[in-house]
Design a protein around this ligand. Structure first.
Ligand code: BES
Ligand code: MN
Ligand code: MN
Length: 462
């Protein structure tokens, strides 16, 4: 029987070339100018699933971008793994900060990727990680080693809130029936420190608009006598944290799940160097909620961050003006038990309440989602642990992540199954940033580890 290692070695160049072709298509879901490219990517994914051995593949139309579905059912009595991933990518902006064009993939080595990494938007998030599953399937089908049933569901709206996927899942519970959901869309600690993501934060995303006078005004004639919406907005935003960096919205922490001392102590055992962290980001110090470590702040604690702020004159030179309006986009990362819709409501009420009479405020909620935690005593987690032991020679560390994949909580609600997050990216892979990349070693290690999960999950399900 051919091992994954030797199959990967023989097909390495082709695996890389195929991924590079996929990365050339700019499937930017947020920008309507790229609509045709997003749809074209769905077709490419469909074809790749067919070639990799799926018996049924289809493009499922939705109110938004299509969902690519594929399956190979070998025996209804065997367990079924549902693989989820996304083929859409974040906008590449700011484009001038890329060392090479975002949709012209190149391979370069870095300190953390001595074997080379593919630089392109979507290389790690999530085309590269999604494609590991396609190649793992190819290996299993072409060598007669697929041990169970598999379904693929690859969507094109993850980066804009997965609205159509929610719609699709609610209508296709039977079709999507499974025993475990498997996703590679997260990271791991380091190549020699394998980890499995056991938590995702929830999200509430809002946009705020502060309006002062009915038109832009001369800042000399009117300055000092009327509210400047930009001044007011920044004051309001500043007041959302207190001196300990606690969020000041009344009720915000009411439902927050507090971890036990033991759980926090266990979390603290994961290898982490604050010095290396600061150095990698070129910062003199970290910043965050008092009483919590850096790793706690970015995983088990909720946050509030301005993602963008604008208004007034930002062109060349100076223009003396008091703008009529100021805007900001604000995200709140949430933890288990915080209901994202309730938090959005709390934010809205609070923000409207703290606005002075001299301005009017509008809060427009965007998308959101619930946090998720994978229990480490479930069958899927144990199978994943065995899979990593087989390919890394080490027991993976369970680690909660700060990122969000809001659809995962909905999967549990609608499909009643647990999700296993086997991510192979590194935090330094610059997802959502300029120069995103994905290590070739990580890519191939993922392809090697995934079949082990299939093997152990099937074996342990008996
Ligand atoms: N793959 C990421 C989420 C992620 C990355 C989780 C690394 C854990 C570790 C996903 O594509 C993403 O970017 N999600 C968005 C949320 C979405 C609603 C736009 C996020 O976390 O900002
Ligand atoms: Mn992703
Ligand atoms: Mn993303």
């Amino acid at each position: 029987m051919k091992s994954a290692k030797s199959y990967i070695l023989e097909n390495k160049q082709r695996f890389i070339d195929e991924l590079i072709e996929l990365l050339k298509i700019p499937s930017i879901s947020a920008n309507s100018n790229y609509k045709a490219d997003v749809i074209h990517t769905a077709d490419a994914v469909k074809n790749s699933l067919q070639k990799a051995g799926c018996d049924e593949v289809e493009i499922c139309e939705t109110p938004g971008f299509p969902i690519v579905y594929g399956e190979k059912i070998i025996d209804p009595n065997l367990p079924t793994i549902l693989v989820y991933g996304h083929y859409d990518v974040q906008p590449p902006d700011p484009i001038n900060l890329w060392d090479s064009p975002p949709f012209e993939p190149v391979i370069k080595t870095t300190a953390l990727h001595p074997e080379g990494a593919i630089f392109a938007r979507g290389s790690c998030d999530d085309k590269g990680q999604m494609y590991m599953h396609v190649k793992a399937l190819e290996y299993m089908t072409s060598t007669g080693q697929l041990p169970c049933n598999v379904k693929f569901m690859i969507e094109g709206e993850e980066e804009i809130g997965s609205e159509s996927l929610g719609w699709f899942v609610e209508r296709n519970q039977k079709k999507l029936e499974n025993d475990i959901i498997l996703i590679s869309d997260t990271g791991m600690i380091a190549p020699d420190v394998p980890s499995i993501t056991t938590g995702l934060r929830g999200l509430s995303y809002v946009e705020v608009e502060v309006t002062g006078p009915n038109r832009d005004l001369h800042s000399g004639l009117y300055g000092g006598a009327v509210a400047n919406p930009i001044n007011i907005l920044t004051q309001m935003i500043a007041s959302l944290h207190d001196e300990n960096n606690h969020i000041t919205i009344p009720g915000f922490y009411d439902q927050v799940e507090e971890l036990s001392k033991l759980e926090r102590a266990k979390m603290g055992e994961a290898p982490f160097s604050l010095e290396a962290y600061k150095k990698a980001l070129d910062i003199n110090d970290v910043h965050g909620e008092k009483g919590y470590t850096t790793n706690e702040r970015n995983s088990i604690r909720p946050t509030l961050d301005v993602n963008g702020i604008w208004g007034g004159y930002i062109g060349e030179g100076a223009k003396t003006v008091i703008a009529s309006k100021a805007y900001a986009k604000i995200s709140m990362r949430l933890v288990p038990n915080q209901n994202w819709e309730a938090i959005t409501e709390l934010f809205k009420n609070h923000f409207e309440r703290i606005a002075p009479k001299s301005v009017s405020v509008k809060v427009n909620p965007h998308h959101g989602g619930q946090a998720y935690v994978t229990p480490i005593d479930c069958l899927g987690y144990k199978a994943a642990e065995k899979a990593y032991e087989a390919t890394f020679g080490k027991t993976p560390i369970p680690q909660r992540s700060g990122g969000s994949i809001p659809i995962v909580a909905l999967f549990e609600k609608e499909l009643k199954s647990k999700t296993i997050l086997m991510g192979f990216g590194l935090d330094s892979d610059a997802i959502h940033s300029p120069n995103e990349h994905f290590g070739i070693w990580n890519y191939l290690k993922g392809i090697e580890t995934i079949p082990q999960f299939y093997h152990y999950f099937t074996m342990m399900s008996k």
